[in-house]
Design a protein around this ligand. Structure first.
Ligand SMILES: O=C(O)c1ccccc1NCC(=O)[C@H](O)[C@H](O)COP(=O)(O)O
Length: 270
């Protein structure tokens, strides 16, 4: 049977993880967690974006390349890019740490976390508790949990582990069934990724179509597919507290300006 894009990414993630785990065993990692900088409150940073007079919150991503688009940008200095995001009014910075397909690393996470004062998301394909400890050891304040990659016990357990370490979890769904599983797992920050990670199709209209399934009391995040201010306006009009943007920002010459324009555009949805 042929595997989906997501399954093949996760296969590589597990192989790389085995190498890192051999180099830094669990006990040593727990020691590093003890020494990590205090977590920043990502939930507070993202909540309330749907009514904020300054506009929707933006989680701005450091993304070099992707399975769908190949090379996006030469990000030689991820910390400089993250500083521009902070200058433009981002509420959090997402750092893709997966190496094989996205060209990211834990070193990127370290560099970004050290430079900005914003909460930082470790964006990766989390399938073990080890990666969650590793995220915190490298200063992450938020982790990504992809519903399609996890069973119900993992979804709840990984979020609880993240919260016990002072982080939060962005729980990512793509279908009504995955949203229901995310809600049942106790998610407090729930994202709809309009990119299908099994096929790589992107359908921005999907956010508005599924928004009615998102509970009032969760922080709602619209993920992927932002190519224009109009798209941000549409996500905001559908009730998103936050939007997660990668490609459009890394390819923009002046990402801080792009961010300001995105936030301003979201206001016209109200
Ligand atoms: O971006 C991809 O091609 C991709 C493929 C397979 C799994 C994950 C993938 N991307 C992760 C993301 O969801 C995005 O980086 C993020 O939401 C930002 O998306 P965009 O603004 O469209 O770059």
């Amino acid at each position: 049977m042929t595997s989906s894009v997501l399954e093949s990414i996760v296969e590589g993630v597990r192989e790389d993880l085995a190498e890192r785990r051999a180099a830094v065993p669990d006990a040593a990692l727990r020691g590093l967690v003890e020494q990590a900088p205090a977590p920043r409150d990502a939930l507070a940073a993202l909540a309330g974006g749907r009514t904020d007079p300054a506009g929707v919150r933006v989680i701005s991503e450091v993304k070099r390349r992707s399975p769908s688009k190949g090379v996006l940008a030469d990000v030689d200095a991820p910390a400089d890019l993250a500083a521009a995001y902070e200058d433009g009014g981002a509420s959090a910075v997402s750092v893709l740490t997966e190496g094989r397909r996205f060209g990211g690393s834990l070193a990127d996470l370290d560099a970004v976390r050290e430079r900005v004062t914003l909460p930082v998301l470790r964006k990766d394909f989390m399938v073990t508790e080890y990666q969650i400890l590793e995220a915190r050891a490298h200063g992450a304040d938020l982790i990504l949990l992809i519903v399609a990659s996890l069973d119900d016990a993992e979804l709840r357990g990984f979020r609880e582990l993240a919260e016990s370490l002072g982080m939060h979890a962005l729980v990512e769904a793509h279908t009504p069934e995955e949203i229901a599983r995310g809600v049942a797992s106790g998610a407090r920050i729930l994202g709809v990724n309009v990119r299908n990670l099994k096929t790589l199709d992107v359908d921005p209209a999907r956010y508005a179509a599924l928004a009615g399934d998102l509970p009032e009391d969760v922080v709602r995040v619209a993920e992927s597919g932002v190519e224009s201010e109009e798209q941000v306006r549409q996500y905001a009009a559908a009730g998103a507290d936050a939007v997660l943007v990668g490609e459009a920002l890394v390819k923009h010459g002046t990402p801080a300006d792009a961010l300001r324009a995105f936030r301003a555009a979201s206001l016209s949805a109200r």
